[in-house]
Design a binder for this molecule. Structure first.
Ligand code: SF4
Length: 334
């Protein structure tokens, strides 16, 4: 693979499991029943393969609990993968030397859903923005104020904001500060985890436009995680649909919205209110997403799928190319 085609981020069969020890109540119940209490394993991410090319925006969509935020944290290095490989610019992150590891740590930044929770309430905004420059010794102390002002300007805030505390600005402004903080270390990849979900609709549009402007100006690459297909359609080049820890469909954005093939994607699209029609069409997906503690056998979507066949209860469908650049995991397409 040449440098031209090396993805910024690549995942190869990545799994993330969380193992929890039995709590006191489970131990007591186990002791009464004379059976040892079991550890429990949450299969949050279950064999994900994907590549994100330089300058691309991959939208990652799924219901709450599907594992998309965990996957984002694996990409950002906040959770180590249990199995599989994470590659940054063609190199496996686990085997990077300390200098390349720092380049990955700074190069891949995360923007969180709740800016209030991710900002230290006791720090003024200039301290929040300047912190990474000090910690990683990325700029002489005399240059930091200028870099902070430049970052504020880049996200559309005047330099007067530098002396404010997080609770003295609005939710939309806090998210702009979250973005500015990520930009301070000059990353090339942002993991955006539901970055507009907590904002009013009018503010959402402004923040999405900011993401698009920053992409154009800085050549950024995004993994954009959202449960909102409308938001993802607006910003993404490609969309991956995730269900219970697995990617079940991935295609260019226009294909996903025009020719979705997986029944789960079709169901998600049917849930999106169509404001262009006089009568609102809203078809909720039947049932709830099963627990990742005990995923159903076969196709994990089968208890909710209107097309489920006998085979779906036993055999796991593999993700395979069903059209050019379009992969789907469903037995219907065999
Ligand atoms: Fe539905 Fe079967 Fe396809 Fe799963 S494999 S989505 S259960 S038809």
């Amino acid at each position: 693979m040449t440098a031209m085609t090396t993805p910024v981020i690549e995942l190869r069969d990545v799994h993330k499991r969380f193992v929890s020890s039995p709590d006191l109540l489970q131990k007591i119940v186990g002791a009464v029943a004379r059976q040892p209490a079991q550890t429990r394993t949450v299969h949050a991410v279950n064999g994900v393969n994907l590549q994100i090319a330089k300058g691309e925006v991959l939208g990652l969509v799924g219901e709450s609990g599907c594992g998309k935020s965990t996957l984002g944290r694996v990409v950002a290095g906040l959770h180590p993968a249990t199995e599989g490989q994470l590659l940054y610019k063609g190199q496996e992150v686990r085997s990077l030397n300390s200098q390349d590891k720092l380049a990955y740590t700074l190069g891949v930044q995360m923007v969180f859903q709740d800016p209030q929770a991710s900002l230290n309430p006791r720090q003024k905004l200039h301290q929040i923005l300047g912190e990474a420059l000090h910690v990683h010794k990325l700029a002489p102390a005399a240059e930091v104020p200028g870099r902070v002002d430049a970052a504020l300007a880049e996200v559309g805030l005047a330099s007067e904001y530098r002396a404010r505390l997080p609770h003295q600005i609005s939710g939309g402004q806090r998210q702009r500060i979250g973005i500015a903080r990520a930009l301070m270390v000059t990353p090339d990849f942002l993991v955006c985890d539901e970055p507009v979900a907590a904002l009013d609709v009018s503010i959402q549009a402004q923040v999405i436009n900011l993401f698009m402007d920053l992409r154009a100006q800085r050549g950024l690459t995004y993994l954009f995680i959202s449960h909102d297909l409308g938001v993802v359609r607006h910003i993404s080049d490609k969309v991956a649909i995730m269900y219970l820890g697995k990617i079940v469909e991935m295609a260019p954005t226009a294909e996903i919205f025009g020719q979705a093939q997986h029944p789960y994607t079709q169901a998600l699209l049917a849930e999106v209110p169509d404001v262009g029609r006089r009568k609102r069409v809203f078809t909720p997906i039947k049932g709830e997403i099963p627990s990742p503690l005990s995923p159903p056998p076969g196709c994990t979507f089968h208890p909710r799928c209107p097309h489920a066949m006998e085979r779906c209860k036993q055999e796991v469908p593999q993700l395979r190319e069903t059209a050019a650049g379009h992969v789907t995991a469903c037995h219907l397409l065999d």
